[in-house]
Design a protein around this ligand. Structure first.
Ligand code: ATP
Ligand SMILES: Nc1ccn([C@@H]2O[C@H](COP(=O)(O)O)[C@@H](O)[C@H]2O)c(=O)n1
Length: 220
């Protein structure tokens, strides 16, 4: 059953995951973090010694990739086979590697199919799906399409607040990752019909409220 689809795109650190998950919880919807699949596949490739610069080796590796994601906002997990990798895929080494697999067009096409299956199979009345190309490629017909942005300095400050002193330098990764990702997908400007939500001057609760209000306004 496919219910209401809420598509949210945006650059790294704009708040896509945390805001989408909180909005999904409030709406009683499912939540799909698509970046988790790219991260889990990057993790899988590194685990199996696949050379990320070798596009055909990366594509071939997808055959053995058994991916599982929790779409309940209160029971979020990411698995590869039987191994839970929810925390591991957030490590800076994965953030540094993920754009290499995300730059593979064949892998992207396979993941887009997977994302659509997860949307179709979700049992709730709606699902919030977030990533970089949800409003344009994965679910261009979504009932609600949002580009969630925030100034780069604010995104870095929010991200730096999460990091330990030992890895604060990885805030620079955010800028580098956006630059690499932007070669594949335009997630900095809103496509036709997509609402831009700039959270630069909003706190977390205000941003969640703005998303929930947009969904309620579109589905009333
Ligand atoms: N409006 C906001 N005000 C303050 N902090 C926020 C706001 N939105 C998100 N945050 C915080 O910013 C940090 C980054 O958010 P989050 O991880 O959801 O971003 P993201 O877009 O999913 O990033 P990435 O693409 O790198 O995974 C989190 O600590 C989150 O709590
Ligand atoms: N729709 C998407 C989602 C993600 N990516 C790639 O995955 C990386 C990790 O995503 P996060 O949301 O967890 O930051 C991201 O840097 C992109 O390389 C994508 O290409 N398309």
């Amino acid at each position: 059953m496919t219910g209401v689809v809420v598509a949210i795109d945006g650059p790294a650190g704009s708040g896509k995951s945390s805001v989408s998950r909180a909005a999904a919880r409030e709406l009683g919807y499912g939540y799909q973090d698509t970046g988790a699949a790219y991260r889990a596949f990057a993790w899988y490739c590194l685990e199996h010694g696949v050379d990320l610069a070798d596009a055909s080796a990366v594509t071939a590796a997808f055959d053995g990739f058994e991916y599982g994601i929790g779409t309940d906002p209160d029971d979020y997990y990411v698995r590869v086979g039987v191994r839970e990798v929810t925390a591991e895929i957030r490590e800076p080494r994965i953030s540094a590697a993920v754009s290499a697999v995300a730059g593979n067009r064949e892998v992207r096409a396979l993941l887009v199919e997977l994302f659509r299956r997860v949307i179709a199979e979700d049992p709730r009345p709606g699902i919030v799906v977030e990533g970089r190309d949800i409003t344009t490629v994965v679910a261009p017909d979504a009932a609600v399409r949002i580009l969630l942005t925030a100034d780069e300095a604010v995104r870095i400050a929010r991200r730096a607040g999460e990091l330990t002193d030992a890895d604060k330098h990885t805030a620079q990764q955010l800028v580098d990752r956006d630059r690499r990702d932007a070669r594949m997908v335009d997630f900095m400007s809103a496509a036709d019909g997509v609402t831009t939500l700039d959270s630069t001057a909003l706190d977390f609760e205000q941003t969640v409220r703005a998303v929930v209000d947009l969904v309620r306004g579109a589905t009333a």
